[in-house]
Design a protein around this ligand. Sequence first.
Ligand code: S3P
Length: 439
Amino acid sequence: MSGTSGAPRELKAGGGLSGQVRVPGDKSISHRALLFGAIAEGTTTIEGLLPAEDPISTAACLRAMGAEITPIANGQVITVQGVGLDGLQEPDSVLDCGNSGTTMRLMLGLLAGRDGRHFVLSGDDSLRRRPMQRVGQPLALMGAEVRGRDGGNLAPLAVQGRKLRGAVVGTPVASAQVKSALLLAALTADGPTTVIEPAHSRDHSERMLKAFGANLEVGGEMGRHISVRPGASLSGQQVVVPGDISSAAFWLVAGALVPGADLTVENVGLNPTRTGILEVLAQMGACIDVLNRRDVAGEPVGDLRVSHGPLKPFSFGEEIMPRLVDEVPILSVAACFCDGESRISGAAELRVKETDRLAVMARQLKLMGADIEEHDDGLTIRGGKSLHGAELDSETDHRVAMSLAIAAMMAEGDSSLARSEAAAVSYPTFWDELERLRR
Ligand code: S3P
């Protein structure tokens, strides 16, 4: 979040929760639709694009390089006029990625192969602290030249576009951002590229690049080897973006926790590389039904009905992490309200998100009286004691803001939340929806 902060938001404790909610478009799919549309030939239309700060950052960067993108607003179908695989122009100023790690990392891959052109990428205070070498290092194996502070790890980053070579590249972490950057670079390399991940991360790029006409094959154990043959031009598509399961997660946990709650979250993306939250909620014994399973533009979608019921503590580790990495903050809230000890491990990646989410969630929930212990790679939470209202702070992190909102609802006594506007990074209507569903 870019530094601004109003008065703390009052968060009332208690109240019911019922009705239907349609969460905004998937953030990961929204970024990709804009990016791939910009380098395709012809027009891409995007229905359901997330009208939030992060995709707006991606669109602004692409516009600065010549792609025409209609204004991003709620309920609008967005049109992108593609400039073709090599049509992005050198921008005359710094590309501002705002708070968005996905924008910066995917842009690095997209721009590294624009031979002879120069680009500078920067972002807000949070993004300028996040590690970028995880993209720069494997890109360097393809001949990319990316420089920055801390030996090339920290933005502002300068990219000197080069003709890249195809290569077999292993990624240092199971990260869809790193993988996607390499796949974008591979599109214009001088030979085939294979990206090998240590574990299978979300596969929206693979699905969508194929739909746009890229010559891409997925193989290896659990789809961890992705190969791209350069040369195929991309052609504009009609993309329909499903609702974001990472935004639905706040309602799923709230619906399971709040006494008497009954919520239906409609049109949620159910890509199996993203549904770890449903696996953990099942482990907890939450009452969740998946209704109207369907396929929309190459992604599985369904409606999720959740109602309140007794919950058990959970334990999960590294294996599931790529499927629920963004849901750890809200799951740490869930753990506070079930009897017994919950354990999250293998979650060190949380420390390099928009904030250090393990430290921030532990710090904020402790202010409410939670029994929560921080480890290098996770949290231990002894739940079942009631939490009290407190003066909370999102510490500028959107998912922390929304997770604390649900915790505050379950507490005894009211709370306040500083920097609550952070939610607009991924879910600008969250606060209005919370008020509506509580009525
Ligand atoms: C994203 C991948 C994940 C996730 C982020 C969005 C993406 O990050 O946390 O919110 O769109 O590719 P990592 O690739 O760092 O795991």
